[in-house]
Design a protein around this ligand. Structure first.
Ligand SMILES: Nc1ncnc2c1ncn2[C@@H]1O[C@H](COP(=O)(O)OP(=O)(O)OP(=O)(O)O)[C@@H](O)[C@H]1O
Ligand SMILES: C[C@H](N)[C@H](N)CCCCCC(=O)O
Ligand SMILES: [Mg+2]
Length: 227
């Protein structure tokens, strides 16, 4: 099995952190040491970057903040715009080295992306200067786990993302159905569609929980299905 996974999703706010934390718990329940990483975060609330806090809390090893989260921006905006505003260049090599250190400290590293799979990270979008979260996943060279936030529109987003992962030359290790919308119509038919159309294993179906409990949600994940 791989020693790390890059967790991407169908959008921002669809459960990447929730699933990443559940994965960390699932791995630690299975006897692995596990470290969470959020290379780039934007959006500080009440003095905290909640994604980083949650991943840190779900990890079994204690690592320096700078390694867990090399880049943190205050405003809740696209990271390359936040980077531009603060004159900070997101350096993929810095992230790669931090990830490598986490990987030597823990048996499994779970890296949460930012937003969806093709979020700009470079300061400039002019051709030649461009890189995004897909390039980050490639630099880390980790197999990808796709979190699908189950709501109307997710079929298109999930299939586009799977195609982008594959055309980047990365392995899709599995996908997770996260029931974020309790009122979604035809959830089973949508789920079945993705089972048929996504060419990677379904690792679990996480139920809707008004107050998500990542330790409980971990029980819905079957790590033995990871490809
Ligand atoms: N299974 C679930 N049931 C109910 N609510 C959920 C579930 N999974 C996630 N949520 C809620 O949805 C919101 C977004 O989840 P989360 O922060 O994990 O998304 P994300 O994809 O990591 O977002 P971001 O793009 O900001 O990193 C949170 O309020 C979270 O508690
Ligand atoms: C602020 C939010 N929660 C994330 N941290 C950043 C999401 C970036 C999305 C960029 C985009 O695709 O438009
Ligand atoms: Mg998150």
């Amino acid at each position: 099995m791989a020693t790390g996974f890059f967790v991407t999703g169908t959008d921002t706010g669809i459960g990447k952190t929730t699933v990443s934390c559940a994965l960390l718990h699932a791995f630690s329940t299975n006897g692995y040491t596990a470290a969470g990483m959020k290379p780039v975060v934007s959006g500080r609330k009440d003095g905290l970057w909640q994604d980083v806090e949650n991943l840190q809390a779900a990890s079994t090893v204690s690592m320096p903040r700078k390694l867990i989260n090399p880049y943190a921006f205050v405003e809740s905006i696209a990271p390359h715009i936040a980077a531009q505003q603060t004159n900070i260049r997101i350096d993929l090599e810095v992230i790669r080295q931090a990830c490598e250190k986490l990987q030597t400290a823990a048996e499994i590293t779970i890296v949460e992306g930012v937003g969806g799979f093709m979020v700009p990270l470079s300061l400039s979008g002019l051709s030649g200067d461009r890189y995004d979260t897909r390039d980050l996943a490639c630099v880390l060279g980790l197999p990808v786990i796709l979190v699908v936030g189950m709501r109307l529109g997710c079929l298109n987003h999930a299939l586009l993302t799977a195609r982008a992962v594959e055309s980047a030359g990365l392995k899709l290790a599995g996908w997770v159905a996260n029931r974020i919308d309790p009122d979604m119509l035809q959830p089973e038919a949508n789920l079945q569609t993705l089972v048929e159309w996504l060419d990677c294993p379904l690792l679990g179906i996480l139920p809707y929980q008004a107050q998500p409990d990542v330790q409980q949600l971990a029980q819905y994940l079957d790590l033995s299905r990871l490809r």
